[in-house]
Structures are given as C-alpha cells and as structure tokens.
Design a protein around this ligand. Structure first.
Ligand code: G3H
Length: 496
C-alpha cells in the first residue's frame, strides 16, 4: 500500500513530506495541499505546501551537491542510476496505486508507466556513458593566419541545477525523462511535481534516495504554483528548465531569462486519412490514439481529417471500436476513466456543447457523470467549431471531412500547435510529401502519434514547445559545450 513499508519514511500522519538535502521533511508553513481523487472526488492524499524559503534551501543544497557530482566518474553515476531503476521497478505496485488514485490512470497503464520509467533510466545511463565519454578535436585551417597553429578540444560539461516540472498525465515517467538525463550528465535536480500525481512522484524520488544518491543532489518541493511557481522558474540558482504541461510553459518561457529551456506544451495532433489507406489500421490507431488514457495525452489524436470518399466507412469502423471501449473506474482497468479534475470535465463539456449548437453529428449520446465522460466521436465538424482547434484533453474526438490532401494539410498547419501528426496511406511517396508539408515536430506514417520509443527525438514547434527531447537530445540539452584551445607558436618556415 502507498505510504507503508518501503515508503513509511515519506509520510507524516496523513501528509506526505517534501525532500531536501537527503531528508524527508514537513514544511514550516504548517499547511498542506489536498489531492482529489478524480473518481471519488474526495481528498485522497495531502502534500506539503512548501514556502519560498524552503525552495531556496532545496536549490542551495542542489547547487552544493552538484559540484561534487560533476566530478563523480560517469560509470559511478550510471551505476547509481541502474540501482534506482531496479528499486523503482521493484516498487511498481505501490507507485502504480498512487497513479490510479491521483490521476485515475487505468491500473495496467499505471504499472506500464513505472516500468517504462525504469527502462528509461537504464537506457539513459548507458547512453550517457557513451555520449559524454567522447569529445571533439579540431585543428585550425583555412582561416588566414591560423593554419594548423591552433588545436581545439571540445567536451560537454554539466549545466548545473536542472528544474524539472512534469505534468499530471505522466507524473513519474515525464519526471524521469528529465531527471535521468540530468543526473547522468552531472547535474543536480530540483523537482516540482504536479499537484495531481505529486504522491506518485514522491514515491519515485524515494527510490532514488534508497539507491544512495548523494544528499542534496535531488530535491523535491510540493505546493501551490501560485506560491512557489514563479519563484522556482525565476530563481537565479536554476540553470536549466525542463517543463511539460500546458499554456503555463509559454509564460515560463517569457519569465525565465537566460537559461536553456526544454518545453513540451499542448498539441492538436491531426490524423490525415487518404482514400488509399488501410481503413482498419487507421480506425484501430484513431481509437487507440484518441482515447487511451481518456485522451489525456499531449500526443493523442485530436482531430481526424479524412477524405470524403472514405469518411463514412472510416467513421463506421471507428464507431464499432468506440462501442467496445469500457468506461468506469481506473481500478477496474477500464479504457475510459474519469478525467483529472472537475474543471477539465467542464472545459470538455463546453467544447461538446459548442459543437452541438453548431450542429456537429454526434455518433454517440453525450454522457457525463462527475469527472467521467463517455467516449464521443463528433462527425461533420467544421472549422467554425471550437473543437476543430482546441485541445479537449478528454475522450472527445472530432472528424473533419476533407476534399483534398491540401485541405487537410492546410487545416493542420493553421493550428497554433505543432506537436505531432499522422497520415494513413498505402503510398509511401505521398506519405513523405505530406510529412514534409505538415508543420509539426514529428509525423507518424500509418500509426498514431506517440512520444516513444523514449530514445527517439521528440519535439513540438509553434505553441507546442521549444527544444527536442528523447534520451540523447535531453543529455545534450542538459550540458554546456566547453572548448579549450591550444595555441602553438607560428611556424618559422613557409610551406612549399
Ligand atoms: O502527454 C504527453 C506525453 O509526452 C505523451 O507521451 O505519447 O508516450 O503518451 P506518450
């Protein structure tokens, strides 16, 4: 059970502690933040409401610890990461239980999230040893007066303190995707988990504690964004910010100043289906891509753009699959579970009502109970409807019928977002041309959008983000280039 056994140290009474300088502590604020179970809508856990002074302490401690960590051999860093991965996987059951209760993620997907995170840590450790063990050597050439008199040695050095802010939908995995590359690269970490998902994240941090990382190297503060959010992101002690979430990322990027940013924000991932597509394959991917974790993934399929000629057949196939989705509590491992908060459910309902007023075709009856919204496919959606452009982050999927490939690409590119997109066709040449034309970070051919495999580059453009993620890219992003130039005396002879 969460908070017991291995994890008894991280809780005091009914409030989870925060983590500073290798210790689990209560906040001096005496206040806590409730975490509401999306299914029961009752308070399920409580976490500390940390103060700005406590944030200062966590950052100071991370700064000190990083100095020594930067000098720790790569193999030793990797060894500790492998240990943390093993402890995390051993504790997949209690951590998954937190995910079920805090964010209503279906039980099996919750376990998968923890296991995937363990694998990510191990891969990162291996990759880091190779990437960071190499440097570059250049000899001056071609620029007048410098011929072969300068030798340039370049290597990658740690960046310092990395602030990691993951979102509610992957509080463990998207924390790990920031923590593991930061640590292997010789940095320290300050983690600010999302409120929903904070307890799963605290359990994950405890796995790093048990693995024996130096004290201070990892710190974790919990609390209200309104109290400590700006304070953290504008803190002079922070050297890099890796954020995944919504619009807040845009305001962070405006306030953060001269620190490297890695941001993954929202998406409106379009799925273009051509006349020559395998419609069974497209329908299976649309349902999986659009409705897994109830559509609460930034890479979910968020709009289907299908050629008119095959639209009715595709919609029929998608509807047959939607009818088979199970709806209910995450404990029963249902496909569709309650969305994370009541305000999210209200927002989704607003989009549905707008589509209703503007006469979209409802393929299923709209049904909601508390935070639970039944899966809904909306056909004949038009560009004047909000759902054509806005991200529901819920189990509602619009279908827009198109008359040309150009129309589909135009709709995709008119979006403020540019995370991923996908195209279904049996013509690889056409698929590549469409991929080139779509203004998104990634285009999937004949499959739904997805971040993984976790070592692939992952990036959004426009309002979908800055920088590229994926294990290798994150390691590079969390290091600085250091160059040393050896200057030789000018040769006293003239070449040939
Ligand atoms: O929600 C944002 C995630 O980066 C999506 O990850 O494609 O593995 O579900 P995923």
């Amino acid at each position: 059970m969460a908070g017991s056994g291995t994890f008894s140290e991280i809780i005091d009474g009914d409030v989870y502690k925060y983590y500073v300088d290798g210790q689990w502590k209560k906040s001096s604020s005496g206040k806590s933040v409730p975490i509401i179970n999306p299914t029961t809508r009752n308070t399920h856990y409580k976490v500390q409401a940390c103060t700005q002074e406590e944030v200062n302490n966590v950052i100071d401690s991370a700064k000190k610890a990083q100095k020594l960590w930067a000098k720790t051999p790569l193999w030793k860093r990797a060894e500790l990461l492998h240990k943390a991965a093993a402890i995390l996987k051993e504790n997949k059951a209690p951590i998954a239980e937190c995910l079920v209760k805090e964010i209503a993620k279906p039980a099996k997907d919750s376990v998968t999230e923890v296991v995937r995170s363990g694998d990510l840590i191990s891969y990162c450790a291996e990759e880091g040893v190779r990437i960071l063990g190499e440097g570059k050597f250049l000899v001056s050439d071609s620029f007048p007066g410098n011929d072969r008199t300068k030798y340039c040695l370049t290597s990658k050095i740690p960046i310092g303190v990395v602030l990691a802010i993951p979102p509610f939908n992957y509080p463990v995995n998207l924390a790990i995707s920031k923590i593991a590359p930061a640590l292997i690269a010789g940095n320290s970490i300050v983690l600010k988990p999302p409120t929903q998902g904070a307890v799963a994240a605290l359990h994950m941090v405890h796995c790093f504690h048990l693995a024996g990382f130096p004290k201070g190297l990892i710190g974790c503060v919990t609390g209200k964004g309104s109290e400590i959010g700006d304070f953290l992101t504008m803190h002079p002690g922070v050297n890099c910010i890796s954020f995944t979430g919504g619009d807040t990322g845009i305001s962070i990027s405006r306030k953060a100043g001269m620190v490297p940013l890695q941001m993954e924000l929202g998406g409106k991932d379009a799925c273009i289906v051509l006349e020559d597509a395998d419609l069974d394959l497209a329908a299976a991917n649309i349902v999986k891509g659009g409705f897994s974790y109830s559509g609460q993934r930034c890479t979910a399929v968020k709009v289907v753009l299908v050629m008119e000629k095959v639209a009715s057949s595709l919609v029929k196939k998608v509807n047959e699959k939607v009818a088979k989705l199970t709806v209910g509590p995450p404990e029963d491992d249902c496909d569709i579970t309650p969305v994370v908060t009541e305000s999210s459910a209200n927002f989704i309902e607003g989009l549905v009502m707008d589509a209703k007023e503007k006469k979209a075709t409802f393929c299923q009856e709209y049904k909601r109970k508390g935070n639970l919204i039944w899966p809904l496919l909306l056909d004949n959606v038009r560009p004047d409807m909000r759902i054509a452009w806005e991200e529901p982050f819920g189990p509602v999927l619009p279908v827009i019928r198109i008359n040309s490939v150009e129309e589909g690409i135009h709709h995709c590119n008119a979006s403020n977002f540019g995370l991923q997109g996908c195209v279904f066709t049996s013509d690889i040449n056409k698929a590549i041309m469409i991929s080139d034309a779509m203004e998104t970070g990634t285009v999937q051919i004949n499959s739904a959008p997805a971040r993984g495999p976790d070592h692939f580059p992952f990036q959004g453009i426009k309002d979908s983000g800055i920088g590229s993620q994926g294990i290798t890219n994150s390691i590079h992003m969390m290091t600085k280039v250091k160059t040393t130039v050896i200057n030789l005396p000018a040769p006293s002879y003239t070449m040939g």
